[in-house]
Design a protein around this ligand. Structure first.
Ligand code: SAH
Length: 503
């Protein structure tokens, strides 16, 4: 049983980073014992341009039978001989999926301490499974992998015997997937879909299989057109479990289709707001503060960096003064949702001409981002691991260098005022850090000094006398000395501050 994962790269972003992402060193061949035999990981090629990792599972047929029988469960219910003479040792199958989850456990969880951003970025990938047992044939293979973001899904039926084509086709398919996906997503798809195609699990399906399926299906299963087939086959057609999984997927779908923000807690209506009218969600207050600051700065060409699902882009489009709006995000999924929210495909030509959504990582300099009036980083910096923050700082303040930069981030001091937030917990699962006012202002002042900006701070949301506002915002303006001609200067910034606070 065999599977290869190939990526390409260049000296700046070497393909051998694959070794970090998989947590398996390219220079070592490693062997792992799994419940069904030995899994080997090795790299047939490993250069900056091209790197291939291979996973080979050597199945021990006796262990397979013993395991099936010894525990009195699972095992093939076939005739005695079939237990020893079967295709398990040769074909990629559910066992390969088990090996995948054992050997690449960390990579499957999406964690990569060495290269956290690369783990979140799509990579050029080519995945080959030379012999994949596929009940349902190439047609089902295409239906399963087709909707998952691959540019090509190449599935060819293998003949029973290449020397005797008249014997007809085998039930094996040679599969090659190519496209730009995050490695973790590719691995999760394989982890689920290999056994689904094989349709012959060799281990008992335990109730926690539903959890495993939903975890591995995160981000792709809830909207997959074949989710019923996938769920039912993955759970070995056990009705109760399949029903439970389908119900839980329905909840995922509802949560995704809802206008729920990424920052859900911030969006909860702020109960502490001491007003008669319906309180305004913090996310809305934040967008108002940002728009006010952008207007005060006289910006018309604006970058929304880490635009997420495009709520701010949508607001900017409503303002006539904003002639060019560019939303950038590293997440393809967020961009797809943003494009749906904006109804980009149905927008008139003039309107569509004002907006661009593009994929990119903010920790790398990007020529496309140069020459704009303003850039907004709304609730983005806290999603980066702290050691990567200088890279973002350079890409935005050093390279893109818009005249105005607006950064918002949670004020961690305020967290004690959120009753629903357990003590010591950040507001969102993906926040790598949350700063006090002193920490944020300290950082912002240093950044401003290093890159020739002045900075002012704005409170967003109701200010608590002790712990301050829930959101803190910094408005950076390039110093007069750093640009020719037009200046906004301190006065405008103070005005910005006042207006945004009032908003
Ligand atoms: N600006 C939006 C979304 C904030 S959530 C708002 O205010 O609601 C943070 C967003 O930053 C996510 O969409 C995430 O995909 C994006 N992001 C995180 N790290 C990034 C990086 N290195 N490059 C580009 N986008 C990134």
């Amino acid at each position: 049983m065999f599977l290869t994962i190939t990526t390409t790269g260049n000296p700046d972003r070497p393909a051998t980073d694959l070794g970090f992402l998989l947590h398996k060193h390219p220079e070592k061949a490693q062997a792992f014992s799994t419940s069904h035999g030995t899994a080997h990981v090795f790299y047939p090629e490993a250069s900056a341009e091209r790197c291939t990792a291979a996973l080979l599972l050597e199945v021990d047929p006796v262990a397979l039978v013993r395991r099936g029988k010894g525990k009195g469960r699972g095992g093939a219910p076939d005739a005695a001989l079939a237990q020893y003479v079967n295709d398990r040792p040769y074909a990629a199958s559910s066992l390969l999926s088990v090996a995948l989850s054992t050997v690449f456990k960390t990579a499957l969880s999406g964690v990569c301490r060495a290269l956290p951003e690369r783990a979140q970025e799509p990579l050029p990938l080519r995945i080959e499974v030379p012999a994949l047992p596929a009940r349902g044939g190439v047609e089902l293979v295409r239906r399963l992998f087709g909707p998952l973001g691959w540019t090509t899904v190449d599935a060819v039926t293998l003949p029973l015997d290449a020397q005797f084509p008249e014997w007809g086709d085998s039930r094996y398919v040679r599969l090659v997937l190519q496209g730009e996906l995050r490695l973790v997503d590719a691995l999760r798809q394989l982890y689920v879909l290999l056994p689904v195609l094989d349709d012959a699990k060799h281990y008992w399906v335990a109730p926690d299989e539903v959890d495993k399926l939903l975890r591995a299906g995160e981000g792709w299963l809830a909207n997959h057109p074949e989710q019923t087939l996938i769920t039912s086959r993955y759970l070995s057609r056990r009705r109760g479990l399949t029903r439970e999984a389908m119900q839980r997927l329905e909840l995922v779908r509802l949560a995704e289709s809802d206008d729920l923000d990424v920052e859900s807690i911030d969006n909860a209506v702020d109960e502490t707001a001491d007003t008669e009218e319906r309180p305004v969600p913090l996310a809305v207050q934040r967008r108002t503060a940002i728009l006010t600051a952008l207007r005060a700065a006289g910006a018309s060409r604006v970058l929304d960096l880490g635009c997420g699902q495009g709520q701010l882009v949508q607001e900017l489009l409503k303002g006539v003064g904003f002639t060019e709006i560019v939303g950038v995000d590293v997440s393809m999924r967020a961009l797809t949702l943003a494009s749906r929210r904006l109804k980009l495909d149905r927008m008139g030509e003039r309107q569509a001409g004002r907006v661009t959504l593009q994929q990119g990582s903010l920790t790398y300099t990007d020529k496309r981002l140069k020459g704009y009036d303003a850039a907004v980083l709304s609730e983005v910096i806290e999603h980066l691991d702290l050691p990567r923050l200088p890279a973002l700082e350079y890409a935005v303040f050093g390279s893109a260098r818009p005249r105005t930069v607006i950064v918002t981030t949670p004020n961690v001091e305020y967290n004690v005022r959120w009753e629903s937030l357990p003590a010591g917990q950040v507001r969102h699962g993906d926040h790598r850090f949350e700063w006090t006012r002193a920490e944020f202002q300290g950082w912002a002042r240093e950044v401003a000094q290093r890159h020739g900006y002045e900075v002012d701070f704005v409170q967003v949301g109701p200010e608590d006398p002790e712990v301050g506002p829930p959101t803190q915002m910094a408005v950076f303006t390039m110093t007069a000395a750093d640009r020719n001609g037009k200046t906004a200067g301190k006065t405008t910034e103070n005005k910005t501050k006042k207006e945004a606070t009032a908003a």
